[in-house]
Design a protein around this ligand. Structure first.
Ligand code: FMN
Length: 178
């Protein structure tokens, strides 16, 4: 049964790459700054490798998360499927942070806007309309995370199901009291 749970998690994470409405398309990414304060934000799952258990996101190189992840590569992800009442908590470390011109060049212009604003993300502005873009200057960045554990929780009757899977145990899994 542990195997089935882990395989279902991997199947659902892979499905989220193809289906825009999948609950796991968006997740919460936590990072820590140098003062040990935790910062959370929603991001899109851009790639997932079920063999390597790596996760990829796209972001702007100037964003706070990039600074924090460069200073402290440990991060945590929260995925939540509200229909199936499934929560995944994943511990990860940054594997690679790339400034990637090749991927930026092939994404649609509408999406390029997310990585080419003239104003630095998070800086104060007078209003949303004043934000300008320079498509020739890309701050597009791909971050690949290596996960080391995945904790699964499904709320269901008669028994909730909670289990932890660690890379150290080759992801074999262990049930936990919910
Ligand atoms: C639905 C949704 C999806 C988002 N996807 C991304 C994303 O894939 N990458 C990203 O950098 N920011 C994404 N954001 C914006 C982040 O949540 C965050 O506000 C921004 O990246 C700045 O975060 P930071 O200052 O902590 O680095 C998304 C926000 C929402 C509401």
């Amino acid at each position: 049964m542990l195997d089935q749970i882990f395989n279902d998690c991997k199947k659902q994470l892979s499905a989220a790459l193809k289906h825009k409405k999948h609950a796991f398309r968006f997740f919460t990414l936590a990072s820590k700054n140098l003062n040990e304060n935790i910062n959370l934000r929603t991001v899109v799952l851009r790639d997932f490798d079920p063999e390597q258990m790596t996760f990829t996101i796209f972001t702007d190189a100037r964003s706070k998360k990039v600074k924090e992840l460069n200073e402290n590569s440990h991060s945590q992800f929260l995925f939540y499927d509200s229909k199936r009442m499934i929560q995944l908590l994943i511990l990860s470390k940054v594997k690679e942070i790339h400034h990637q011109e090749s991927t930026y060049n092939i994404i649609p212009d509408a999406n390029k806007k997310d990585y080419s604003s003239i104003q630095i993300p998070g800086s104060p502005i007078e209003g949303p309309d004043i934000v300008g873009h320079d498509f020739s200057k890309s701050f597009f960045t791909k971050i690949i995370f290596q996960s080391s554990s995945l904790e699964y929780l499904r709320l269901k009757r008669p028994n909730h199901i909670r289990a932890i899977f660690n890379s150290d145990d080759l992801w074999s899994g262990q049930f936990l009291a919910p």
